[in-house]
Write a protein that binds this ligand. Structure first.
Ligand SMILES: Nc1nc2c(ncn2[C@@H]2O[C@H](COP(=O)(O)OP(=O)(O)OP(=O)(O)O)[C@@H](O)[C@H]2O)c(=O)[nH]1
Ligand SMILES: [Mg+2]
Length: 251
């Protein structure tokens, strides 16, 4: 069999499950650290429940993903996950899901591992969202997830640091309402409202015009140049104000 024939015959198997996302559908990628519970507890020592160094590694990885060849409108990171909203008209790789999943997981894993100096891997999935409202709801969902996890983590580690066993600490939190957890923290003198915003709401990444003032010696005058830069926002609002922020970025 000639190579061309063999090539054509085998390609069918390779592309059998290739899907492209339809035009007009919003795409969001969620990239999540693989077995980061083990990585953050056993392989590398990070402060629990929150470590600024870990947040910065995730932030650098997010900014890398926003500038590695995909048109990204908005990035969001909480815990070991990153969500990326692509431009509605993105067309790179013909919107082939396989390409987005494999390249983004690969780029995130490579960037994070290089910075950490340890092997770290990410998975990736693509959410296909039909309209603006669902996109806003997606990011509200992750924002609320951050809030729930952050509150749980603070309660859990407060009890653990008091000497409580793992299972008992988890059982104390299980099934409790937000109000119960806030009261649990307050009973030990921790005001929930003073906890750092990024630990409860995550971090947002969006494009802004960055103006730079300079001096043009030839024309002997001050000039202002502007270029697009990523703003990293560790003070994201919540609820409707956050929905407004995301809505404002959509076409
Ligand atoms: N110590 C520490 N751990 C963190 C921090 N941020 C996230 N993590 C940990 O990252 C883990 C993320 O959880 P998951 O994504 O649900 O679990 P996973 O172990 O990564 O499992 P898979 O995602 O299913 O592969 C949790 O165990 C968090 O405690 C941090 O700032 N400090
Ligand atoms: Mg994970």
């Amino acid at each position: 069999m000639k190579f061309d024939e063999l090539d054509a015959m085998m390609r069918v198997y390779e592309t059998a499950n290739d899907r492209c996302v339809e035009q007009g559908v919003y795409m969001v990628a969620r990239i999540d650290g693989r077995s980061f519970t083990k990585l953050t507890k056993e392989k590398v020592s990070f402060e629990a429940p929150f470590d600024v160094r870990f947040r910065e590694l995730m932030a650098d990885t997010t900014r890398h993903l926003m500038t590695c060849g995909f048109k990204v409108t908005y990035g969001y990171s909480e815990s070991d996950e990153i969500s990326l909203l692509f431009d509605l008209d993105i067309n790179v790789y013909g919107r082939k899901v396989r390409k987005y999943n494999s390249i983004l997981a690969g780029e995130a894993s490579a960037k994070f591992s290089l910075m950490l100096g340890e092997l770290a891997a990410f998975d990736c999935r693509i959410c296909e969202l039909p309209d603006r409202k669902t996109v806003v709801d997606y990011f509200r969902w992750r924002n609320e997830d951050a809030h729930r996890n952050g509150l749980n983590a603070h309660c859990y580690w407060m009890l653990r640091n008091e000497g409580m066993a793992k299972g008992a600490a988890a059982a104390q939190i299980e099934g409790r309402t937000i109000e119960d957890k806030v009261a649990l923290l307050a009973s030990r003198g921790i005001d929930f409202h003073t906890l750092p915003s990024w630990q409860l709401r995550g971090t947002g990444f969006y494009w802004v015009d960055d103006e730079k003032r300079g001096y043009n010696p030839k024309e002997q005058r001050e000039v202002v140049s502007s270029k697009r830069a990523i703003k990293t926002d560790i003070y994201l609002p919540e609820g409707e104000a956050y929905a407004q922020l995301v809505r404002g970025m959509l076409p």
